[in-house]
Ligand binder design. Structure first.
Ligand code: UGA
Length: 443
């Protein structure tokens, strides 16, 4: 049984995985969300989104009574020692982040802390540098009538979990970053993690509030840079006979200073994090008088990358009007049902503009896609069903299920043009079979 009681405010990806992570190790966790339906569903052991192993773990911790959603923020904060703020920070139209939910949480938690001493508030939401120092701290102090560092404790603790492996990332992080308002605040959070990870305690960096906030953005921007970098190289590879970007990435990736991870060329990055965080870092850079030349280039490369698939299709099919497309993959990456900023959606939108006909399939994201497109596209019941009769198939997500497909599985296409947008197929297997035209990005 953990010696700290924890509350988590906001039950999105980060909040729910944090809550389940702590409660799975015996900590008493109270979660709160403004969305009552979401809380009811969590209390019934049903996660509001698909994430491998989350459901099993959630059902266990709900049954054990170690995780409970409570409808009253006061109850969550007053009955715990540490409160994590994990509310959303969506993009505004200019790319900067909307801090209204963090602002509101800080005010409400501050007012509750009027009646409570030495409570630690931890910002886990992704916020631009200075937010905790200049917005959260003054709000907490004003509404609680207490000073941070003496009667109140405050830290920033960014989260690095990936969708699709969120639970294992929560339980085995590469490092822990603690931005501390003062030493005592940092000590309490470090103690909690030492107890939680015990012999598996990852490396820890303790720093200022703003440094911790910037580490999160720098981390995501660097990973996005690796992706846009390798996609730029892929685009060069396409113009040079006999060159394949996968081999280039393997060669470069063996340099220990670089590493092979995040050098998979393809249709670009999507999801709820990289696109939003890269935009927010650009907007933040500008706001402090720095021209973010490199980060803007990363974003530009990524904005064009999905349309490489359409260019390839046009090169072989000409006008796309009335042509039948099979889209394999709708989620922004495998093992999730999340279609936010998914490249598949960008490609489908463009194909619809060109008046092409679309059949789509994804092992997990059919429901969210149906809500998005209603009857504007066709929904297949399987990968094979999706491919049947198509004139061109575009693989947009590297699900294992699609990796299992063999050239024979594509034999019921009208014209066997396969655009491997995630480079999951071995070209040798496809060449000379069924008059296949396999087109891989970066080859
Ligand atoms: C990302 C980071 O990896 C996490 O560390 C971070 O905590 C999270 O954002 C966040 O800020 O919340 P996530 O968006 O879940 O996690 O997924 P990634 O695995 O990073 O993939 C993002 C996108 O990049 C996907 O569309 C993926 O297909 C693409 N990608 C990834 C590539 O195109 N090539 C690669 O080599 C790797």
């Amino acid at each position: 049984m953990g010696s700290y009681k924890i509350s988590v405010i906001g039950t999105g990806y980060v909040g729910l995985c944090t809550a389940v992570g702590f409660s799975s190790k015996g900590y008493k966790v109270l979660a709160y969300d403004k969305d009552i339906q979401k809380m009811d569903s969590i209390n019934e052991g049903i996660p509001p989104f698909f994430e491998p192993s989350l459901k099993e773990l959630l059902q266990k911790v709900v049954k054990d009574n170690s995780l409970k959603c409570v409808p009253d923020l006061n109850e969550a904060v007053m009955n715990t020692d540490i409160t994590y703020i994990t509310v959303g920070t969506p993009s505004k139209s200019d790319g900067s982040i909307n801090l209204q939910f963090v602002n509101q949480a800080a005010k409400e938690i501050g007012a509750i802390l009027k009646k409570k001493q030495d409570h630690l508030v931890v910002i886990k939401s992704t916020v631009v540098p200075g937010t905790t120092e200049h917005m959260v701290k003054p709000l907490l102090e004003k509404h609680s009538d207490k000073r941070c560092g003496t009667e109140l404790l405050l830290c920033v603790n960014p989260e690095f979990l990936r969708e699709g492996s969120a639970i294992s990332d929560t339980l085995n992080p590469d490092r822990i970053i603690i931005g501390e308002h003062d030493e005592r605040s940092g000590n309490v959070l470090e103690e909690l993690y030492k107890e939680f990870y015990h012999v598996n305690m990852p490396p820890i960096i303790r720093t200022t509030l703003s440094s911790a906030e910037l580490i999160k953005y720098a981390n995501n921007a660097f990973l996005a840079t690796k992706i846009s970098f390798i996609n730029s190289i892929a685009n060069i590879c396409e113009k040079v006979p006999g060159v394949d970007v996968r081999t280039i990435a393997d060669g470069v990736g063996l340099d220990k200073r670089i590493g092979r991870a995040f050098l998979n060329a393809g249709l670009g990055y999507g999801g709820s994090c990289f696109p939003k965080d890269v935009k927010a870092l650009i907007a933040f850079s500008k706001s402090v008088g720095c021209d973010p030349v490199l980060i803007k280039a990363v974003e530009n490369v990524n904005a064009n990358q999905p349309y490489k698939a359409i260019e390839l299709a046009k090169e072989t099919l000409g006008n796309l009007k009335g042509k039948k497309f099979a889209i394999l993959g709708l989620a922004f990456k495998p093992n999730t049902d999340d279609i936010r900023e998914s490249v598949a959606i960008k490609i489908i939108d463009k194909l619809l503009e060109e008046e092409a006909k679309i059949s789509a399939y994804d092992p997990a994201a059919m429901e969210s896609t149906k809500r998005h497109y209603t009857n504007r596209i066709n929904y297949a019941s399987s990968a094979i069903d999706c491919i049947k009769g198509a004139e061109c198939c575009i693989v947009t997500t590297e699900w294992d299920e699609f990796k299992q497909l063999k050239p024979e599985n594509f034999k019921h296409m009208k014209t066997p043009i396969l655009i491997d947008g995630r480079r999951i197929y071995e070209i040798k297997e496809y060449n000379n079979r069924l008059k296949f035209l396999p087109l891989g990005l970066g080859r």
